[in-house]
Design a protein around this ligand. Structure first.
Ligand SMILES: [Ca+2]
Length: 415
């Protein structure tokens, strides 16, 4: 990996906001360390921002040596969004319009599940993530979240629990345990809910929440009085876990674990370290991976490596600030990471401990090789499929299963 730190000598040609003018470039007399050229990304970054440390972006390309097969085992899902394992090995998968299904690992058995609350499926809303209680085998309890319409036509991310009926055809005893308030009514009301649900080691829930996109509301990612743009830490009844992450105050919601997030559709526990990892959509460029620690501020919308989609800098155009955490990795241009997963099986040894990200606009599964909490290698897998990969899980059989916006379930396994 020694070439990782390789710096090119090109000093006068900077790519400036290529996104607002196609592939336009401009000349500058400034000198910056050019980005490594051996990344799977070959397009110029959308801005000439300098990484905070070597390897924070464009890690050197690696190639999987193990022969891998990728097989479509179902094509009939309706916009799948969340996927989790059940104790018997089967997969529980949500569909955006408000249904779910249980699939066997060979795709031959599919059970459709109804009974979910009414969702707003518009935009990025809908029935979103799902997870099974650690004691699901005995209590049949599941947790899920969705965009919920309010009486004033605003929309909120609601987190709910329910039990799966014995015949696995419907959910029962649905109870909303948390709402990521304030509900939002503006133009972006159907955008950026975040919503991944992850269990901590004690059986409590971490939930990622989006900041709902619009300029007027996204500032709340920095407000400890707002649940938007946060990692929320709650019990299975929706009560704050009280980590004392932030100072105790009437203006601070005690369930907030970390702040300053934009559109965090990726959240997973690192099984090797026990740390919580997050991935989020940045603005234009600046998609991030972060390691989440209690009480930390991850910077949005104050610091970012991206620019506004309209082509201008975000805020004061700063990328680093005291008191705000740096992403361990970022992409520019964007790859749009949604669901993320650590591969944690011995079946494909070279993948063990790697972080896999389902990418939407990137149309690939991104594999990041991690060493000492730094990214030391990157591989873009399955780009030839032309899919928007929404989420993925390591299954009990050692294969990765990935769902796509087009409605496919892929099995990715050792040949
Ligand atoms: Ca950030």
């Amino acid at each position: 990996m020694s070439s990782r730190l390789k710096l090119l000598t090109v000093a006068t040609v900077l790519y400036v906001f290529a996104g607002c003018g196609g592939n336009s470039t401009s000349q500058s007399n400034n000198t910056v360390d050019s980005l490594p050229a051996n990344s799977p990304e070959t397009k110029p970054p959308v801005a000439d921002y300098k990484p905070a440390f070597p390897g924070q972006t464009r890690a050197p390309e690696v190639k999987t040596q193990t022969p891998i097969s990728i097989t479509v085992i179902d094509t009939t899902l309706r916009h799948p969004w969340g996927i989790c394992n059940l104790p018997d090995g089967r997969l529980l998968i949500t569909e955006k319009f408000g249904t779910a299904r249980i699939e066997s690992l060979d795709g031959k058995s599919v059970k459709k599940i109804t009974g979910f609350p009414k969702v707003i499926p518009n935009g990025q809303g809908g029935l979103l993530d799902i997870n099974a209680d650690p004691n699901f085998a005995t209590n049949r309890t599941i947790y899920f979240d969705y965009s919920e319409l309010q009486p004033d036509s605003s929309a909120v991310l609601a987190v709910a629990k329910a039990t799966l009926s014995k015949d696995e055809t419907k959910i029962e005893n649905v109870k909303v345990i948390y709402r990521a308030t304030p509900a939002y009514k503006g133009l972006g009301r159907y955008l950026q809910y975040g919503s991944r649900i992850v269990f901590d080691k004690d059986g409590n829930l971490f939930v990622s929440t989006g900041e709902r996109s619009d300029d007027s509301v996204r500032v709340q990612a920095q407000w400890l009085s707002s649940s938007l743009g946060k990692i929320i830490h709650i019990t299975t009844d929706g009560k704050p876990v009280h980590d004392a992450s932030f100072p105790d105050s009437t203006n601070v919601k005690p369930e907030i674990y970390a702040s300053g997030l934009r559109s965090p559709e990726g959240l997973v526990m690192n099984p090797q370290t026990g740390e919580l990892w997050e991935a989020e959509f940045g603005p234009k460029g600046g998609d991030e991976v972060n390691i989440i620690h209690a009480g930390k501020n991850y910077g949005w919308p104050v610091i970012t490596y991206g620019i506004e989609y309209r082509g201008v800098p975000v805020g004061d155009s700063i990328q680093q600030k005291a008191g705000m955490e740096q992403p361990i990795y970022y992409w520019s241009p964007s790859v749009s990471p949604s669901g993320i997963e650590f591969y944690n099986s011995d079946t494909i040894p070279e993948w063990k401990g790697n972080l896999f990200l389902g990418c939407l606009s990137g149309s690939h599964i991104d594999r990041l090789v991690i060493k000492d909490n730094k990214v030391v290698g990157e591989e873009w897998l399955f780009g030839d499929k032309g899919e928007r990969f929404r989420a993925l899980r390591t299954a009990k059989n050692g294969a990765l299963y990935a769902i796509t916006d087009a409605g496919k379930l892929y099995k990715i396994a050792k040949q």
